[in-house]
Design a protein around this ligand. Structure first.
Ligand code: 5GP
Ligand code: ZN
Length: 114
């Protein structure tokens, strides 16, 4: 999608260091981290919200589990714990309308979230 931040980062027209990259998914560090570790795991296909994800996308979305697993081991958070968050819509605080999974850790995370 032409006017989308994460599509532009994926295409390279906006710079960001990819810490993970495969055919369907990439990951970057969040520009405004909310925890010592704060990655964004992003499917390359543009979905504005999870409400656009169809059954035919399930395999690609499912691969996000394996990316999270790898990032957990790489960052050492597999030893301590981490949280994955996906915000959907205005009241959940979604600000970039291309779905992304926040991968957070490196401190004690409170529950319930704010
Ligand atoms: P949301 O609020 O939609 O759940 O999350 C969007 C996230 O994208 C925020 O945590 C925000 O800090 C991050 N973000 C916004 N712009 C950029 C950017 O240009 N680069 C990176 N790496 N992260 C960004
Ligand atoms: Zn997009």
């Amino acid at each position: 999608m032409s006017d989308c931040l994460f599509c532009k980062i994926n295409e390279g027209s906006i710079p960001a260091e990819k810490i993970y990259d495969d055919n369907g998914v990439f990951a970057i560090k969040d520009i405004n981290p909310q925890a010592p570790v704060h990655f964004l795991i992003i499917p390359k296909k543009h979905f504005s919200t999870i409400l656009e994800v169809k059954e035919t996308d399930h395999e690609m979305i499912g691969s996000i589990y394996s990316v999270a697993n790898q990032l957990a081991k790489k960052s050492g958070l597999d030893q301590t714990g981490f949280r994955i968050v996906l915000n959907c819509g205005a009241e959940a605080g979604q600000s970039v309308f291309h779905i992304h999974y926040h991968f957070l850790g490196g401190r004690v995370l409170k529950w319930p979230p704010g």
